[in-house]
Design a protein around this ligand. Structure first.
Ligand SMILES: Cc1ncc(COP(=O)(O)O)c(C=O)c1O
Length: 396
């Protein structure tokens, strides 16, 4: 039998998908599972994007340019301009999802055994992307009590070694929903300048900023032009997760030239999806206004409902569409499995994502779950009711 690589063997399983077989088994027993575990929005994709695919007259579905067409990148630069981010088409590379942008970014800045510091809990696939590049994730813990605000800058500084190549943040955060303040970005900017590091910001949830707080991008921060790399995506912005289009944005031309070589090796992002993504840039502001007010209502309603459950605490999110919830159980992995295997109320149960998988440090997050509020309000309320009853039974 030929041998699988050590790298392959050590690739982490997605903590979000790990419980899927249990959910499938519950469904085959006739139990309806309300999914609070994944970030697939139920929001409709803008009509302009779908129409562009429906009405296109292409006769050959040919390769696109490795970095995406000039027109698309110019329109993207225009979009960034409206967000207060001043970039040109040459500073953008279209990718196959934010996922590929993350892979290219890590591959372009770090060698095998190099280190990237990431505040935890973080988007679990960062582990997989780092592992695939042979790069080590060094976590710095952010705290539930502070709603997962930026940890003190000294905590980052303690972890910097000659192998440290960069800091990766997610803003607004998945799984925390935390929205970094301008002051926090400034602190990080000072740090990366001092130690000559890259600062990667995953801003795929940029539009999802609530409570009248404006998102502040690292590309708006003066003085870190050579350090700042933004990872972006159409997946959440336009509810186009299946399009698989994202991009990398940086004013560091050496970085862009390097990432372009990775882009050339995989030839091009998907052509039809690029057409949809370019058209999506014409989405009217009214679409976003509606979507954002829907998410704010969902967040408020969910948090209120969760707070009424004995022993449950929620870290208040101000962005994205996730929250970390502390439950009165010692191991949320066991509890999440029990919800799927042994619990039901009138034929329904809920699926949550145990939060330990979002931490790189061992032994943290075992009493936490991540909840995604991407369902309609009625379902969210029902899910909270189910959780309340389940906890009563589990702890009773
Ligand atoms: C924080 C974060 N970054 C990146 C991605 C990947 O996005 P894409 O669908 O563009 O690959 C996701 C997807 O859920 C995400 O939550």
């Amino acid at each position: 039998m030929p041998k699988i690589s050590m790298k392959g063997q050590s690739m982490p399983e997605s903590p979000i998908r790990k419980l899927v077989p249990y959910a499938e088994a519950a469904k085959s027993r006739g139990v309806e599972v309300i999914h609070l575990n994944i970030g697939q929005p139920d929001i409709k994709t803008p009509k302009v994007a779908m129409d562009a695919v429906r009405n296109n007259t292409l006769e050959i579905l040919e390769y696109s340019r490795s970095e995406g067409s000039q027109e698309y990148r110019e329109k993207l630069a225009n979009y960034y301009g409206k967000c207060g981010i001043n970039v040109t088409a040459q500073q953008i590379i279209a990718t196959t999802g934010g996922s590929e942008a993350l892979m290219f970014a890590i591959g372009s800045i770090a060698d095998t055994t190099d280190e990237i510091i990431i505040p935890e809990p973080f988007y679990a696939n960062y582990n997989g992307f780092a592992k695939a590049s042979g790069v080590n994730v060094v976590p710095v813990v952010s705290s539930f009590e502070d709603n997962f605000a930026l940890p003190p800058i000294e905590e980052f500084e303690k972890l910097i070694t000659p192998k440290t190549k960069g800091i990766l943040i997610c803003n607004p955060g998945n799984p925390t929903g935390y929205l970094y303040t301008k002051e926090e970005i400034k602190k990080l900017a000072t740090l990366v300048k001092k130690h000559d590091l890259f600062l990667i910001a995953d801003e795929v949830y940029r539009e999802f900023a609530y409570d009248n707080i404006e998102h502040y991008s690292i590309l708006q921060e003066p003085g870190i032009e050579d350090h700042a790399i933004v990872v972006d995506s159409v997946s959440k912005r336009y509810s186009m997760c299946g399009a698989r289009i994202g991009c990398l944005v940086s004013k560091n031309s050496e970085f862009i030239q390097t990432a372009l070589k990775f882009a050339q090796a995989r030839l091009s992002p998907p052509t039809l999806a690029l057409i949809a993504s370019e058209a999506a840039l014409d989405t009217p502001q009214s679409y976003f206004d509606q979507v954002i007010s829907e998410y704010v209502e969902r967040r408020n309603l969910l948090i209120e409902a969760l707070k009424t459950i004995e022993g449950v605490k929620v870290a208040t999110p101000q962005g994205a569409f996730y929250c970390i919830v502390q439950l009165p159980v010692s191991n949320t992995e066991d509890f999440a499995r029990w919800l799927l295997e042994d619990f039901q109320l009138d034929g329904q149960t809920v699926m949550v994502a145990p939060a330990a998988g979002f931490y790189a440090s061992q032994g943290i997050g075992y009493d936490q779950v991540r909840i995604a509020y991407v369902l309609d309000k009625k379902e969210l309320l029902r899910a909270a009711e189910l959780l309340k009853e389940a906890l009563k039974q589990y702890n009773g």
